[in-house]
Write a protein that binds this ligand. Structure first.
Ligand SMILES: Cc1ncc(C[n+]2csc(CCOP(=O)(O)OP(=O)(O)O)c2C)c(N)n1
Length: 325
């Protein structure tokens, strides 16, 4: 795990820029009709993915959601392979068969995006149990949303993780809406993390737009998990700037809400901190933006030029074969 020094914060900033540029590019390509599947973007939530993953070692695990591009990039995933997957190309993470919600990179501990709401949590339990049984010292972080927190499986996962003192951090990206439903219409407690005492684990609600707060809070939870003291529940209050999916008309959001939230852009907040607290020059930040933007432009070109899957691979990696096939 990296120490909190200027370098760590600069890396978090780069990660947030990478996520932002990746998803802006994905949004543009989706609108241009070049991506065949649905995408769910995390623009506005970048401080959560970047702050959490900056606390983890390469050998640690994360489990992700349907809104997982940022998690994958922050854990060290390859922007080219992920973009190629969105374009349904053979060079993609799932050879173009899975799309946005089936992206995994086990080589960096990213155990998978997941279209089944809530399932990142028991998968995180499985990863943490594996680490505990093997004595590997690894920790897992399960990302989930406040919508997922109402799923039965969320409670089973937190119960089991606490009972077995698993090395796991449950990180809720509480982004105000689950699909089209505002928080208060489906969560009866003020904060998802208020439920932690029921599982005998620490629960903390933080500003999920503050990358440093995320980093510092998760650092403590990861240390606790690694020391064998069991899981924690952390809720980062954040906001998604885009719709639930690209194309969502967002009629459920009050007028002006997104514009108001954009004034608290988590990337700009981190930049202010880098300048004020660490004396980082504007030019350093400009270079980071330019590098990350160029890397994503390369990823888009790579994906566009990559070959489509060929018909002879149609039956590869499928579970059922037709008679005579
Ligand atoms: C088991 C299951 N139930 C319902 C859905 C439909 N669905 C997709 S996203 C979503 C809301 C998820 O909200 P949240 O967990 O807060 O994540 P967010 O979309 O806000 O990131 C729902 C209900 C699903 N994919 N899986």
């Amino acid at each position: 795990m990296a120490e909190l020094n200027e370098q760590t914060v600069l890396e978090m900033h780069r990660t947030m820029c990478r996520i932002r540029y990746f998803e802006e590019a994905a949004s543009a390509k989706y609108k241009a009709g070049e991506l065949p599947g649905f995408i769910h973007l995390s623009i506005g939530q970048e401080a959560c993915a970047a702050g959490v993953c900056a606390t983890l070692a390469a050998t640690d695990y994360i489990t992700s959601t349907h809104r997982g591009h940022g998690h994958c990039l922050a854990k060290g995933g390859d922007a080219k392979r992920m973009m190629a997957e969105l374009f349904a190309k053979q060079a993609g993470y799932s050879q173009g068969r899975g799309g946005s919600m089936h992206i995994a990179d086990v080589s960096v501990g990213m155990l998978g995006a997941n279209g089944i709401v809530g399932q990142s949590m028991p998968l995180g339990v499985g990863a943490a149990l594996t680490a505990q049984v093997k004595g590997s010292g690894a920790v897992a972080v399960a990302f989930f949303g406040e919508g997922a927190s109402g799923a039965g499986v969320a409670h089973e996962a937190m119960n089991m993780a606490s009972l077995w003192r698993l090395p796991l951090v449950f990180f809720c990206e509480s982004n105000r809406y689950a699909e089209l439903s505002p928080y208060e219409t489906h969560v009866p407690v003020a904060n998802v993390a208020d439920r932690a005492p029921a599982y005998d684990m620490p629960g903390v609600t933080i500003d999920g737009g503050d990358a440093l707060a995320v980093y510092e809070t998760v650092t403590e939870a990861v240390a606790r998990a690694r020391a064998g003291l069991g899981p924690s529940l952390i809720e980062g209050k954040t906001y998604r700037w885009h719709g639930h999916y690209e194309g969502d008309p967002e009629v459920y959001k009050p007028d002006g809400e997104t514009e108001a939230e954009k004034k608290g852009d988590p990337i700009l907040r981190l930049e202010a901190l880098l300048k004020d607290r660490f004396g980082v020059a504007e030019a350093v930040l400009t270079t980071a933006h330019a590098d990350e933007q160029a890397a994503i432009a390369n990823a888009v070109t790579f994906a566009e030029l990559a070959p489509d899957p060929t018909p002879d691979g149609l039956m590869t990696n499928v579970y059922v074969e037709m008679d005579g096939a």
